[in-house]
Design a protein around this ligand. Structure first.
Ligand SMILES: NC(=O)c1ccc[n+]([C@@H]2O[C@H](COP(=O)([O-])OP(=O)(O)OC[C@H]3O[C@@H](n4cnc5c(N)ncnc54)[C@H](OP(=O)(O)O)[C@@H]3O)[C@@H](O)[C@H]2O)c1
Length: 301
């Protein structure tokens, strides 16, 4: 078996929301009394995630991105999905520490805390071999995907820790942090060195968040959202567009499932939203025993 085959679980694959992770039925009210902070909520998977948390009864959903009009559109969708869910937005570039800090402070001022955060903002540039790449464009992937994600982690974590502790004292689960990774984090596709190494870094960052803050009650996950025909997804070379066959509500509902506390055992690991959660849960003992779904150097066959 090639090393790449050992990096993915062969589970039943889903392409859209299904019963076990449906925020309108199985996970209804799982987010009630929670405040959810989403970076990159103006369209695509982030927008669907905002709607899914509203459907799951979130007390408040806080939206950030750079496009004000698109954020207003997401706010309207959240209101349609659940008029009871409070919603606010903040125009913010994740590459700016000051702006992310200000957004987090505004969220906490408006809603009193943060129970779950979703670092979803991402960037995918043109695919070019390293030796022919534009240095600024190459680094932009790290700026948005790694620095931006770091900012969301850095400024939401103190509030997530408070949530985790408060909810643990009540016998409930809180302090969930989702980082948007990609299946590309483990792939080696020519021309994708900036995006795929930035997502590889996200998987490691997830492990570090878990290692540094496990005792604080944090549950961090690095997720592949599936292949989705979003603005970002469609920037992949055309011969790969056939893989963009997943709906944004799959990753959105999977995020709600992760924040419901049902997958706390999988904290600190890479997970794909396409994997059937029943089959994934059945592998819990094996995954924990063999410490699977983490990045490690291949040192022997
Ligand atoms: N689509 C896929 O097949 C796929 C596969 C694997 C992983 N992913 C990951 O999933 C995440 C969501 O992507 P998507 O497919 O939903 O893409 P998308 O529809 O293009 O959405 C990207 C989101 O990120 C925001 N964003 C981008 N740059 C930003 C910045 N500098 N500051 C703040 N927000 C910024 C965008 O908002 P503004 O432009 O308004 O700022 C938008 O809300 C990304 O992290 C992506 O890498 C996607």
């Amino acid at each position: 078996m090639s090393s790449i085959q050992t990096q993915f679980l062969e589970l039943a694959a889903h392409h859209a929301r299904y019963d076990q992770i449906d925020p309108t039925s199985a996970l209804k009210d799982s987010a009630s009394d929670k405040v959810v902070f989403i970076a990159g909520a103006s369209r695509g998977i982030g927008q669907a995630t905002a709607v899914a948390f509203a459907e799951a009864g979130a007390r408040a959903v806080y939206l950030t991105a750079r496009s004000e009009n698109a954020l207003k559109e997401t706010r309207d969708l959240v209101k349609q999905a659940n008029p009871e869910t409070q919603c606010a937005f903040f125009v913010c570039d994740v590459t700016s520490a000051e702006q992310v800090k200000a957004a987090v402070e505004d969220c906490v001022a408006q809603f009193g805390g943060i129970d779950a955060a979703d670092a979803n903002a991402g960037y995918l540039g043109p695919w070019t071999k390293i030796g022919e790449s534009d240095p600024e464009g190459w680094w932009r992937s790290f700026d948005v995907n790694v620095k931006g994600t770091y900012h969301v982690i850095r400024f939401t974590l103190p509030h997530l820790i408070q949530s985790a502790k408060r909810r643990a004292a009540e016998g409930r689960s809180g302090g969930h942090l989702i980082l948007l990774s990609s299946i590309g984090a483990q792939l080696l596709m020519k021309g994708a060195s900036d995006y795929q190494t930035s997502k590889h870094a996200i998987n490691r960052l997830c492990e570090f968040v878990q290692s540094d803050h496990d005792e604080d009650g944090i549950k961090c996950f690095a997720i592949h959202p599936g292949g989705v025909a979003t603005e970002l997804g469609l920037k992949m070379p055309e011969d790969l567009h056939a893989y963009l066959d997943d709906k944004p509500d799959l990753a959105a509902s999977f995020a709600v499932w992760l924040c419901s506390g049902k997958a706390d055992w999988a904290k600190g690991r890479y997970l794909s939203a396409t994997w059937d959660v029943g089959e994934l849960t059945a592998l819990k003992d094996e995954i924990l025993r063999d410490d699977l779904l983490v990045n490690r150097l291949r040192a022997k066959a």
